[in-house]
Design a protein around this ligand. Sequence first.
Ligand code: ARG
Ligand code: ZN
Length: 423
Amino acid sequence: MKLQLLIVFVLSLDKFPEKCHSTTESGKVLSITASTPERVDILRNISSQFETVLWQPASPFHIMANSEVHLYVPRESVLTVTELLESNQLTHSLMVENTEELIEIQTRNDSSDPRTSVAYYERYHSLEDIYFWINKTTTDYANIVRLLLIGSSFEKRPLYVLKLSGKASNTPKKAIWIDCGIHAREWISPAFCLWFVDHCIKYYNESRDVTEMMDSMDIYVLPVLNPDGYRYTWTTKRMWRKNRSIHSNSGCVGVDLNRNFDANWCTSGASSNPCDDTYCGQYPESEPEAQAVANFLRSHKNTVQLYFSIHSYSQMLLFPYSCTHEQARNHDELYELVRDAAADIKRYYQNNYKYGPGSKTIYLAPGGSDDWAYNLGIDYSFTFELQDRGHYGFLLPPRLIAKACKEGLMAVKSISLKVIRKP
Ligand code: ARG
Ligand code: ZN
């Protein structure tokens, strides 16, 4: 009853439409490569000026010689930036011609009525719609889905977790945790969580794998870990990554929630500057969103056996550590799990995913949720980077949602079932 009231309250809070971007975000995304250390420095400089936004890597610090950098450049700065690139012999090509056009396609036709059309899961949804979907799904499928409130965001939006359970067992069940949308602009991620829940509901008692997964383990799904940031990408700034917290010590807003966990917190690979996209926050778990997840996992650490955090983009299946170059205690086992999952994706969907420990596969990035969960004792901890590999980047068109989700689903199933079936 109380929960229902809360949902109604939240829905009315979020009444005004999220579609109209107050700023037009028309610009281009360039793919740039620096071939010498001097050029790397110049590119780092460019990427922190002219209102540009780094898509890949997440911070200027991670820009390296001879590896591709994806940079959003607003229309007004395109000429200046291209001239600078040319005069400094920075090789570049056009990745996205017109961001506004792709944003329009991503936000088009957003119906607030879930499940009336089969295409619901092949579209992106505003935060308001996702709250509506959560309410409806937990009401309609009360026999297998339960609604949990694990905390609230900086702007006081509820953090809901859906708990999926198959048939009860007499031994205490282990559990799987999946979170989506820790980074605001990675829209395919919340879309994956919705897809995943729908798939579990549809195929429970239909598909052997889904049934086995749900009968052996409870599955906790947090569809939007960073609701304030997600909403902000719909209303104001499509390229936003962090949450929306305000700090007394700076005029800049937001903390990178995937740098805010207590795993070599704020060491090399995170930023202590509140204005940066990888700002680690004032202290570990300073952010209510990170704290809510950490509290939940701490209190369920004896049951949660598998942890998945869903991101985009770059097509990677990662495991600890990202916060150090040290090897995880069960490195070989984790390596085999992601290697096999990548092979499954390749076989069924003809798509290539890289795999390995985060620090070696992408970059050193301390304070991540996966490393923290792993150190808590969750032996099977993963971060997935879904599609694509840098064609549309964060602006993946709706027609590609299905394939991206199927690939992620394949990896979750492949890994989970192997852990479940372990002798
Ligand atoms: N792209 C992700 C990030 O920058 C990578 C996450 C890998 N895991 C980690 N703990 N950093 O946050
Ligand atoms: Zn991310």
